[in-house]
Design a protein around this ligand. Sequence first.
Ligand code: YCP
Ligand code: CO
Length: 294
Amino acid sequence: MATHTWEQHDWPSSHEPLFGMHSRAIGLIPLDQQRLSVDIDRALTLPFNRGYSDFARGNPGWQNCVLMNNTGDPADQVFGGYDGAAMPTPLLHELPYFAELIRTTFKPDFLKWARIFLCEDGMLIPHRDYLDLPEDEFTRVHIALKLGAASLHSEEDRVFRMRQGEVWFIDGKVAHSAASYDGEPRIYLTCDFESGVAFEDLFVDPAYARDDIEPDFVQRPPLPDDFDTVIDGISALLDVDTLSDTIAVLSKMHYTHEADCADTYEWLIDAAVRSGDEQLITAAVERRSFFLGV
Ligand code: YCP
Ligand code: CO
């Protein structure tokens, strides 16, 4: 059977790896659990937008809610750069503790967007950020607020968990993904800053900045020996109408087995090539190009 060679990609990160990853914990902040839980309950009643639902799989999977942007209108949900200060949306006023966390954690100087990233019973499939934008880099930072043992992240061939209160820089130029399948909503406060600012300079209190937090890596077993047969099976099932479902199934593989999250699209293309169906091959290659830019 003709087999496609899985490509390994060398992504153009501006950050030297730390603990084996381009993404990293850059800080740790104290949280008032009582006030946090009040705001989380409130946040879950707010309208989340489905602006990036192409990237989401699940029920509902991944959604976001805009707390600060260039206009102060939460309906302006297409992420991008702009000049000037970030404006709070009315949704931020509903969440006084979240507002305080943003104000007391980060200097306002470089902040462009503040959003809630919610992941529930689903995932953000492997992708690279900023492919749809004229700017090719921002500094995306998550404050992990509510997460369970099943709230996972991946960067290339690493899978890790964030811990509550950790502040994480996510290197969007490198292939990455997130998942949460424990039935609980996973909630992060996500702030985007202009790029090029040293991580420690983002913080109001220099004591919040850290570079010594070892990630909580998830160890996984190797792919099954008969993985080639799995690709054959996927190939037999592949259909343009269910391509997104297949991507979701393949995306989940790297959370439970040693693999690179970007391999998802290599397996998809391999399965399409094995089907011999030109329409499927084209569609699979288009998906990789859309999500990874290669
Ligand atoms: C963003 N990019 O940059 C989105 C988030 C994945 C794709 C979800 O806002
Ligand atoms: Co991303």
